[in-house]
Design a protein around this ligand. Structure first.
Ligand SMILES: C[S@@+](CC[C@H](N)C(=O)[O-])C[C@H]1O[C@@H](n2cnc3c(N)ncnc32)[C@H](O)[C@@H]1O
Length: 282
């Protein structure tokens, strides 16, 4: 398997093909818990101003656009898959959010927006693992206002390595040692994995100030398969598993075991240097 990204057209057509059933997966216990734990962390980082402008980068069928628009934010979803966008548009119309949510066909690696217009950028559930991450993140930083926040989720190196141990020992070792950084994941072809340190470095290199990194899918990744994928479960079980996942997600010693790593980072304000030229110092 080559150590490179899938071509853009292939990514788009892979998502086109699953766009009609993507939301079915979101109904499983694993996905619901992922969403709940994500929300518990994300809600404290969102802009205070209702009406703030949010970019949902690689926003797919609008899993996050809809609730964010429902909270009063103005949300622009961009995605490379026309099929995923169609689903998102249908939902935006059905929920009567067309005055606050918009969906547009765009490549994250080359966004068509002016600089410094968004208050918050969300890039959830792995787009940075299937596109050119430094390029796409550079674009997100460009369109983000100084002081604004980015939240992103990528595939976790060690969780995916350990998952390969029984079926492909060589690949598991290569992923864990860093000899390889791409693996097949969820039928999406080559997916780039990150360790917590690599993820932090990617963001720091873009001049961002890292606020937090969480693991997600630590506990749910270890549930029995039937339970993970269950579409029907009672509220009590959902609460219990969500609490377990939240605790694992915040435990530093478990961070690397996250199937997903989620990062929150801030774009600093431009600070003018105080130096000899300052009138105060003559
Ligand atoms: C796993 S889905 C996640 C969708 C959504 N963020 C969520 O949390 O449900 C990944 C999405 O990223 C999009 N994507 C991948 N590469 C992209 C690129 N270069 N530009 C724009 N979107 C991209 C895919 O089309 C897909 O809709």
């Amino acid at each position: 398997m080559p150590e490179k990204l899938e071509p853009l057209e292939k990514v788009a057509s892979l998502f086109d093909a699953i766009s009609g059933v993507f939301d079915t997966w979101l109904e499983t216990l694993q996905a619901k818990v992922y969403g709940e734990v994500t929300w518990q962390h994300l809600q404290h980082l969102l802009p205070e101003l209702s009406g703030a402008l949010v970019l949902d980068a690689g926003g797919g069928t609008g899993r996050w656009t809809l609730p964010l628009a429902g909270k009063g934010y103005r949300v622009v979803l961009c995605d490379i898959s026309p099929g995923m966008l169609r689903q998102a548009c249908d939902k935006i119309r059905r929920e009567d959010l067309t005055d606050r949510a918009w969906a547009t066909l765009q490549n994250l690696e080359n966004l068509a927006f002016a600089g410094e217009i968004f208050d918050f950028v969300l890039c959830e559930d792995g787009p940075l693992s299937i596109c050119d991450a430094p390029k796409a993140l550079g674009e997100m930083v460009r369109v983000l206002k100084p002081g604004g926040m980015i939240w992103a989720a990528v595939a976790g190196r060690f969780a995916l390595s350990l998952r390969r141990l029984q079926r492909d020992f060589e690949e598991a070792v290569a992923l864990a040692t860093g000899a390889r950084s791409f693996t097949r994941y969820k039928g999406l072809g080559n997916t780039r994995v990150f360790s917590p340190a690599e993820l932090r470095e990617l963001f720091v290199e873009q001049g961002l100030e890292v606020i937090a990194i969480y693991g997600n899918g630590i506990a749910t990744g270890r549930l029995a398969a039937g339970m993970q994928d269950a579409a029907q479960f009672d509220e009590a079980l959902f609460r219990q598993v969500s609490e377990l996942e939240r605790q694992c997600s915040e435990e530093p010693s478990l961070l690397g075991l996250g199937e997903y790593l989620q990062i929150a980072a801030r774009k600093p304000y431009k600070v003018s240097p105080v130096g000899n030229e300052s009138p105060i110092f003559g």
